[in-house]
Design a protein around this ligand. Structure first.
Ligand code: ATP
Length: 576
């Protein structure tokens, strides 16, 4: 929680103002019972009307002033806490955007969403409450006790019974409720995870008739959330009645013993009324403090979850000084690279060495899980190798800044991620200043121009969320056009032609070859027809290189490649 204090620093002036205003308004409020006692004991007893009117006027003035100050405090506290929330959310978002993929996978998107929204809101709310209570409650408590004791020391003995009782009760309630706050946040995580998976996987769920099973999964998560919520509220619901009992008990005791003392002539009526009000102030301030202390652990649980994310060190960091390009532009080289995902027993790729030259195309083939995508992600430095080096333009990728490395690469991922907005906005993603002509040119090369032109508003047509109003192949083609527009030195296509029919696939690769010319093109392909024209084909088998060569060489000499060719010929034959 303390680590979060730095986010309040920019608001230190507002915080000081809150303290000063609360201080004044609380002192003013503490004056009221004494003035009221004087109205009764001096004004009414002596039938002194001018005194009653004057003192009454002062009391109204004080009340109005206290109200104005309190409104200002409420406004400033809201401003500080909302501003705090905005800054933490922003830092968290930026931090997560720069996360290594490993950290991202470790916490998971559902929990990251909960932490960025719900958890920060918990801290924000408690901060708001604390700002309003932190000066007011202690001052009112101490001031109330001093004024009550100096006014009626004997009657104050009642507090020796009620105050410990109140503190003990609140402590017992809080002790049971606090551990449940962390559980409640975890239940929120789970609920978010289930909702996210159910919504993104809605087609699969329907196709596999899993709607009922998903409903059950959702109900379980929803009920677990509800049950924990009810449990917390059940415990907290005891708080209010308990506090009311203590307050009423104190009232009755004061009136009872006060009446006896008045009867004995040891105390005046006005004095007892003032004492009663101070007693209420003491109890209310104690309740306010206790409630804050009950809420703080809840915010603490959330702050811990937020800090856990903020403190995750970026595993992929930029060098202090960037090394300039040494080799030819577009040169990609793997030197004896081995990489293992965190927690995995076996390396995903092992002792990989190859060279991709500018002006040439390199295709990577291999069975599922052979490590093809892993190789691509190592070039982009989404991960760093366990041993060996990946070089781009003759420089170890660790010695380039991530920005300049990725600036050199046009990447088309396996899953075409598009964003809300028009087609043109999506294509301009990496080069916002590109003209319409440039956009149309890359759409033409990516074989996307026809279906874009068929749309009423052409490149200005809106894409629904992540391009749900497009087919898989259409999304892939837009994602290819997006990478082409940047005119990078290296083009990487991770299985980006799989959703295309044979004819479009062939046309697209031909157009790409003409467009890319001097650039380096690396692509992962599943079909032999897709990879056979490449200048070199890298055959991967269970994370290792089984062979490198042209289609003709590999067909002649490489058994793994021969098996892939045969299995696909068999499939083709089977289909016919
Ligand atoms: N994020 C990850 N964490 C742990 N292991 C992973 C992760 N991603 C992939 N792997 C493992 O690494 C190995 C290589 O995976 P990779 O995605 O590179 O294969 P691929 O050849 O691209 O497969 P496909 O053709 O099915 O896409 C697989 O055994 C896979 O289970």
């Amino acid at each position: 929680m303390l680590a979060m204090l730095k986010y309040i620093k920019p608001y230190s002036r507002s915080v000081v103002l809150i303290v000063i205003l609360t201080l004044i308004s609380t002192l003013l409020e503490l004056l009221l019972p004494t003035l009221m006692a004087n109205v009764v004991d001096i004004g009414i007893v002596n039938a002194d009307i001018p005194y009653i009117v004057n003192t009454g006027g002062i009391m109204v003035g004080i009340s109005l002033l206290a109200v104005v100050f309190t409104i200002a405090v409420i406004y400033l506290s809201a401003k500080v806490s909302l501003g705090f929330g905005k800054m933490v959310r922003r830092d968290l978002f930026v931090h997560v955007e720069n996360f290594s993929l490993e950290s991202f996978n470790k916490i998971g998107p559902a929990s990251l969403i909960t932490r960025t929204t719900n958890d920060i809101k918990q801290i924000q709310d408690v901060l708001n409450m604390t700002l309003r209570v932190m000066t007011r409650a202690p001052l009112m408590l101490v001031g109330g006790i001093i004024l009550a004791v100096t006014r009626e020391a004997t009657l104050s003995l009642i507090f020796f019974v009620t105050l410990p009782l109140l503190v003990l009760g609140i402590f017992l309630i809080a002790r049971n409720a606090i551990p449940l706050f962390t559980t409640l946040q975890q239940r929120t995580d789970r609920l978010n995870l289930v909702i996210r998976e159910s919504l993104t996987g809605v087609r699969v769920i329907r196709a596999f008739n899993r709607v009922e099973a998903e409903k059950k999964r959702f109900d379980d998560a929803n009920e677990a959330f509800r049950d924990t919520g009810i449990k917390v509220n059940k415990i907290l619901s005891a708080l209010f009645p308990f506090m009311m009992i203590i307050m009423n008990f104190t009232n009755v005791a004061i009136i009872w013993f006060g009446a006896l003392r008045i009867d004995q002539g040891a105390m005046q009526v006005g004095n007892m009324m003032a004492f009663l009000q101070y007693a209420m102030m003491i109890l209310i301030s104690l309740i306010m403090l206790s409630l804050t202390f009950v809420m703080i652990p809840r915010a603490q649980a959330s702050a811990k979850r937020v800090n856990e994310v903020l403190q995750l060190q970026a595993m992929i960091t930029d060098p202090d000084v960037e090394v300039k390009d040494r080799g030819k532009k577009g040169l990609v080289e793997f030197r004896d690279v081995t990489f293992r995902y965190s927690g995995a027993e076996k390396p995903a790729v092992k002792n990989i060495s190859f060279l991709c030259k500018p002006g040439e195309t390199t295709a990577i083939v291999g069975g599922t899980g052979a490590g093809k995508s892993t190789l691509i992600q190592l070039i982009l430095r989404f991960y760093d190798p366990e041993s060996g080096v990946v070089l781009v333009n003759g420089v170890d990728t660790k010695q380039l800044t991530q920005k300049s490395l990725r600036q050199k690469i046009g990447y088309v991922p396996q899953k075409a991620d598009l964003f809300n907005g028009t087609i043109a906005e999506n294509i301009r993603f990496g080069k916002p200043e590109a003209t319409d002509e440039e956009v149309l040119e890359v759409l033409q090369i990516a074989q996307a121009i026809d279906f874009v032109n068929e749309k009423e508003e052409g490149i200005n047509s809106l894409l629904q969320q992540s391009g749900t109003n497009l087919s898989g192949g259409q999304k892939q083609r837009l994602s290819i056009a997006r990478a082409l527009l940047r005119k990078p030195e290296i083009y990487i296509f991770d299985d980006s032609f799989s959703a295309l029919d044979y004819q479009t696939d062939a046309k697209l690769r031909k157009a790409l070859k003409e467009y890319i010319q001097d650039g380096t093109m690396i692509y992962v392909g599943q079909r032999i027809s897709t990879v056979q024209d490449a200048d070199q084909i890298i055959v991967l088998d269970q994370g290792k290189i089984a062979g490198i060569g042209t289609h003709e060489e590999l067909v002649r000499e490489n058994t793994v490649y021969q098996e892939i060719v045969e299995s696909q010929l068999f499939e083709e034959g089977g289909r016919r």
